[in-house]
Design a protein around this ligand. Sequence first.
Ligand code: NAD
Ligand code: SER
Length: 315
Amino acid sequence: MSEKILITGALGQIGSELALALRTIYGEANVLSTDIQEKEKVSDPYYERLDVMDDAQIEEIVSKHKITVVYHLAAMLSATAEKYPRKGWDLNMESLLTFLDLAKDKKIKQLYWPSSIAIFGPDTPKVNTDQNALAIPTTVYGISKRAGEFWCNYYHEKFGVDVRSIRYPGLISWKTRPGGGTTDYAVDIYYQALEEGKYECFLSENSALPMMYMDDAIRATIELMQADAEKLTVRTSYNLNGMSFTPKEIAAEIQKQIPDFEITYKPDFRQAIADSWPASIDDAVAQKEWGWKPEFDLGKMTEAMLANLKVKLNS
Ligand code: NAD
Ligand code: SER
């Protein structure tokens, strides 16, 4: 029997692409997309409105649709959470605990929940940050993700819950725009390059951050969820490497295709967030345990982003 999958936050940057990928594997009708948006405003026939702060509604949907696997993506990202700290904490934490409890009570059998490079802090070694590096986050978002990792590990150790997680780097995609993150500049820059020929970056030119193209992130997510449980030793969250670059380097890559493209720098409050995160990630544990290997580097991603966005923006 096929799994019955629920995705929360499915209208977001990751969820919108994860739903497509999961539906090609498990069948359209076996993947229920949910988000806070009203059903009438969404064209997807397999969509329901679900506010993840509503425990009763979560239970009702899980029971009604006989859900077996949940990808819980709804969250508030780093830049927005700095503006609304308590709301960010409540959304990111309470909803995770609701799903962990459902798994503990055997109402679902597997849970995916994403963490982030934001769990690391200014005291973390910045280059090739190790899976078990010191992680004292200084953002609300990072604190919520680190605490969430510990809760996942606790429910796995104590109750045998099959919860799996990846510390995504900044994700870059063209289908759905990102919302409220510090790494969003690396998506905006491609839109602005094509639409305006110039971009004012909210991070400084040499701010290196770990990044990944969405196709790699979706593949990693599905590969981890399909991996043999016996091979997995990490139930907090796996480090995952894609690539690492600065605003200056991504601009230079864009200039190979759009020679007149200009970038200027006007760092804002997000600079402090970026400064607290690693510059690059060591993912040796993910490589060893479930065979992770990225396919996209900065050059290949830039070609894909510009080609796909040209078509999107012209249609
Ligand atoms: P996003 O902001 O694009 O999407 C989040 C979605 O959650 C939105 O569609 C929003 O409407 C929905 N949402 C907000 N409040 C809700 C509520 N109360 N009930 C139901 N839905 C609600 O985020 P994303 O980039 O797709 O990220 C998904 C997950 O991946 C998050 O947990 C995020 O922390 C994590 N992550 C993302 C990145 C990245 O670069 N995109 C990196 C690391 C981790
Ligand atoms: N891309 C995310 C953010 O900037 C990292 O988790 O918030």
